[in-house]
Ligand binder design. Structure first.
Ligand SMILES: [Zn+2]
Ligand SMILES: [Zn+2]
Length: 284
C-alpha cells in the first residue's frame, strides 16, 4: 500500500505556480531563522536569495517564537507583527520566483506557552523541545550537565516531553525529533524503545516530522532524526518535511540532497508543506 493515498489529489500546489511544479518534484525547506532571534545572522532577503540559488521551491521562515523564558534567544512579543509583515511582504515580492511561507518554531516548555503564539495567523507551527526542566540541553554553554549524568534517563525525559508536546495538539511539525543526540551522548537502551510513546503520540496528533540538516553541523554529524527513528515514522505512516534550520544564509540548502536521499532510503517519496495550517504534499 502506498503512503498517503488519501492525499493523492492534493499533492500539487494549485494556488500558486512554482518553478518545480513543471517536473512534479518540489524542493521544500520549512525551517529557517532570521537575525530577529538574536542568535542568527542575515535578513529575510539574504535567506531567500540563497534559497533561490539552491533551487528551493517552497521556503519557510520559522523563527524562534517569543516566550517569557530565555528571552535572549528569540524575538520579543512586540516584534511578532513586524516579523509576520516582513515575511508576507517578501512573499509578495518573490511571487513567481519562490513560494515563501510563514511560521514559528515554538519551544515546548510547559507553563510557558502563550496564546499569542499558538493562535498566530501563520502557515504552520513547528513544535520543538529545547529544554528539559529549564535546562537548555542543546546549548554548548550548559554541556557540563551531561557529564556523569544518567544519559538514558535524560533521553527518556526528552522524549517524554516530545510526547507531551504532540498530545497538546497545537503544532504541525515536530522540530528536530532527536535533538537530544546533539553532543553525542547516546543511551545504552535502544533508542526505538525510548522514542516509542512519542512516536505513537506524533501519529495520533497527525503531525509531520521534519528531516533537519542542523545535526550535520553539530558534534553528532548526522541529520535529525536518525535513520532508525525515520524507519519507525515510515512504519507508522507519519509524513515528513525538510528543514535547513539555517541560522545564517549560507546554511540554507546545506546537505539537502543527503536529506532527500535519507528519506528515500526508508521509502518516502513525498514531503509535506503548509499554507494557513492546511497540509499538502509534493514529490521531492
Ligand atoms: Zn536557533
Ligand atoms: Zn530548534
Amino acid at each position: 500500500m502506498s503512503l498517503f493515498q488519501k492525499e493523492k489529489n492534493s499533492t500539487l500546489n494549485t494556488q500558486h505556480s512554482t518553478p518545480g511544479a513543471r517536473t512534479g518534484a518540489l524542493v521544500i525547506d520549512l525551517h529557517n531563522h532570521t537575525a530577529r532571534c538574536n542568535h542568527a545572522e542575515g535578513s529575510i532577503d539574504d535567506y531567500i536569495e540563497k534559497a533561490i540559488e539552491e533551487g528551493i521551491d517552497i521556503f519557510g521562515f520559522s523563527d524562534h517564537a517569543p516566550m517569557d523564558f530565555d528571552p535572549r534567544y528569540r524575538m520579543g512579543f512586540d516584534e511578532m507583527s513586524a516579523y509576520e509583515t516582513d515575511v508576507k511582504r517578501a512573499r509578495e515580492k518573490y511571487t513567481g520566483t519562490i513560494d515563501i511561507r510563514l511560521g514559528y518554531e515554538v519551544d515546548w516548555l510547559p507553563g510557558h506557552m502563550d496564546r499569542r503564539v499558538l493562535a498566530s495567523d501563520v502557515d504552520y507551527l513547528i513544535g520543538s523541545v529545547h529544554f528539559i526542566d529549564k535546562w537548555g540541553f542543546d546549548n554548548p554553554e550548559f554541556i557540563g550537565k551531561y557529564e556523569g549524568a544518567d544519559i538514558d534517563g535524560i533521553w527518556q525525559d526528552y522524549f517524554d516531553l516530545v510526547e507531551a508536546m504532540a498530545k497538546e495538539g497545537k503544532f504541525d511539525i515536530v522540530g528536530h525529533l532527536d535533538l537530544i543526540k546533539v553532543f553525542k551522548y547516546v543511551p545504552k537502551t535502544d533508542v526505538r524503545l525510548i522514542a516509542e510513546r512519542a512516536m505513537d503520540a506524533i501519529k495520533s496528533a497527525d503531525m509531520v516530522i521534519e528531516i533537519n540538516a542542523a545535526g550535520y553541523r553539530k558534534p553528532i554529524g548526522e541529520a535529525y532524526p536518525s535513520r532508525e527513528l525515520l524507519i519507525m515514522a515510515y512504519e507508522r505512516e507519519i509524513p515528513i518535511t525538510f528543514g535547513s534550520d539555517a541560522h545564517n544564509p549560507e546554511q540554507v540548502g546545506y546537505k539537502k540532497e543527503e536529506l532527500h536521499k535519507l528519506a528515500k532510503s526508508v521509502g518516502y517519496t513525498k514531503a509535506a508543506h503548509f499554507r494557513n495550517r492546511d497540509r499538502a504534499f509534493a514529490a521531492f
